[in-house]
Design a protein around this ligand. Structure first.
Ligand SMILES: *[C@@H]1O[C@H](CO)[C@@H](O)[C@H](O)[C@H]1NC(C)=O
Ligand SMILES: *[C@@H]1O[C@H](CO)[C@@H](O)[C@H](O)[C@H]1NC(C)=O
Ligand SMILES: *[C@@H]1O[C@H](CO)[C@@H](O)[C@H](O)[C@H]1NC(C)=O
Ligand SMILES: *[C@@H]1O[C@H](CO)[C@@H](O)[C@H](O)[C@H]1NC(C)=O
Length: 472
């Protein structure tokens, strides 16, 4: 009697779901759901080729190197092996010649044939979803690619689709915050006029079409280069979490999170992390940035936290000290925000400015032996086990060379002293633990301290970072 009943209940649930879900718009991940994710950022052209072949490195980083959607599918284990449960892929649309990075759109509705077909893209997304990995797509709505006649750009082939600004510089930069920033030609590229009703409706139509592939979120290029009201409509049409690039200072980033997008890339923190860990400037800068973030951002948990990306010389191009990098990575993965690790970080890549920071990855043979690969795996695994995103960041200690914070009962200790700096000791008196609590460490689990007389000591040897958790 009971077995058929279970079957029929299951059948009813199935039919009900078909009725309810069938007509609803494609469901995508909400901003709140993204808070628990850890993102691996990659450039499709540079991560993996369809066939690994000889693993020879790319010899011209200014042009296509041969990476593909199928290459990503082939090497998902490598990404998942570090614990990542989301990837951010570079833009997928057909680009003008040389647009290996994807930021030079030629045909918004075409898929870049260098990376594969629309079906290959769908297979990538389903392969990711089958492994519990979300896919974030990078999109550009500010400009199209250059170096081709306007008649070859689609669907914007008329001069009225672009801003005509006589007073603007013909070539502006991403960090120019002049009043013309919304009208000028970024890097000289044709600048779309989103006030034109055809342009706006096509861009909205386009993002809906892209979301139908099954993407879980968006990374949005050049946010301050378009007025905030456009982004509200764009993100609403996409119906998903979006993190935007605001290549600017804190008050500017905070304004865009309030007025335009659920999340922005955490550029102000990026500069602080570079200053503190790469340039070894006072760690009190972390304190001031953190307090400013708390007072100015609408939601720190929705910011995209990073230490490297495709637009800046890599961290290790400014120092070869892995211990400093370890601390910067530890902060990135444990602080409030959605962590984003740029491909190649785990292999100790040290490329300078673009395109040298866009190295091919395959020459590493996707080895998992690099200590940075293992460091990331250990921290991300802990991050998930302790669900640190559920707990606010509380600063516990700050001076020139030592900084500590907690997330719930997790204690994170950092230094910018660097390798060969001997032992640094601090006594922690401001903490959430009861007398007698034993705290052990994730990298060396037998390394434990006990809270006595209200305090506990933290020892950092030769510039290491530590993450403690209570065991009793
Ligand atoms: C690399 O590619 C760029 C862009 O196509 C081209 O201009 C340049 O000549 C190439 N360099 C070499 C060394 O082949
Ligand atoms: C622009 O594209 C439209 C639609 O494809 C086409 O009908 C029209 O001829 C094109 N105009 C120019 C100037 O190329
Ligand atoms: C943008 O388009 C609108 C509507 O077509 C037009 O009024 C405006 O002058 C254009 N702006 C520029 C700078 O070309
Ligand atoms: C704790 O405080 C008591 C009383 O001041 C003192 O006798 C004891 O040595 C302290 N223990 C530690 C581990 O500091």
């Amino acid at each position: 009697m009971s077995a058929p009943r279970v079957v029929s209940l299951g059948l009813w649930a199935f039919l009900l779901c078909c009725l309810l879900c069938g007509s609803a718009p494609a469901q995508s991940a909400s901003p709140a759901a993204w808070k628990s994710r850890t993102i691996y950022q990659l450039l499709t052209d540079r991560f993996a080729q369809t066939s690994d072949g000889s693993y020879a490195p790319c010899n011209n980083l200014s042009n296509y190197c041969g990476g593909s959607f199928q290459g990503i599918i082939n090497h998902l284990d490598y990404i998942i092996g570090m614990g990542f449960d989301a990837i951010w892929i570079s833009p997928i649309v057909t680009n003008t010649p040389g647009g290996y990075h994807g930021y030079w759109s030629q045909d918004l509705f075409g898929i870049n044939p260098h990376f594969g077909t629309a079906d290959d893209l769908r297979q990538l997304i389903s392969a990711c979803h089958a492994r519990g990995v979300w896919v974030m797509l990078d999109v550009v709505a500010n400009h199209m690619g250059g170096n081709v006649p306007m008649s070859q750009l689609s669907p914007f082939n008329q001069s009225e689709h672009y801003h005509r600004c006589v007073a603007c510089p013909s070539n502006c930069q991403i960090n120019d915050y002049t009043p013309e920033v919304q009208l000028c030609k970024l890097a000289g590229l044709p600048d779309l006029n989103q006030t034109n009703p055809y342009v706006k409706s096509q861009l909205i139509n386009w993002i809906r079409t892209l979301m139908d592939y099954g993407f879980d979120g968006l990374r949005i290029d050049t946010v301050p280069e378009i007025e905030p009201g456009f982004w509200v409509d764009f993100v609403s049409a996409a119906n998903t979490y979006a993190v935007g690039e605001v290549f600017s200072d804190l008050s500017c980033c905070a304004t865009y999170q309030k007025q335009a997008l659920p999340g922005v890339l955490s550029y102000p923190l990026f500069w602080t992390l570079r200053s503190v860990f790469q340039q070894k400037q006072s760690m009190n800068q972390l304190q001031s940035t953190f307090f400013s973030y708390q007072s100015q951002f609408a939601d720190m948990d929705l910011l995209g936290t990073f230490i490297d990306n495709h637009d800046n010389a890599r961290f290790l191009s400014g120092t070869s000290d892995y211990k400093l990098y370890q601390n910067a990575i530890t902060y990135t993965l444990m602080a409030q925000g959605i962590p984003i690790i740029y491909y190649g970080t785990e292999q100790g890549y040290d490329g300078t400015n673009d395109p040298n920071n866009r190295e091919s990855l395959w020459q590493t043979r996707f080895s998992t032996q690099n200590p940075l690969y293992q460091l990331i795996r250990t921290i991300v695994s802990y991050r998930k086990q302790a669900q640190v995103w559920q707990y606010p960041q509380v600063q516990r200690y700050s001076d020139d060379t030592f900084y500590a914070f907690t997330r719930g009962t997790t204690f994170v200790a950092l230094t910018n002293a660097g390798s060969n700096s001997g032992t640094l000791m601090r006594t922690i008196t401001y903490h959430p633990y009861k007398e007698g609590t034993k705290l052990c460490e994730i990298f060396y689990p037998t390394d434990c301290v006990v809270v006595q007389n209200g305090s506990f000591p933290v020892y950092l040897d030769n510039g290491e970072s530590k993450i403690f958790y209570p065991v009793n």
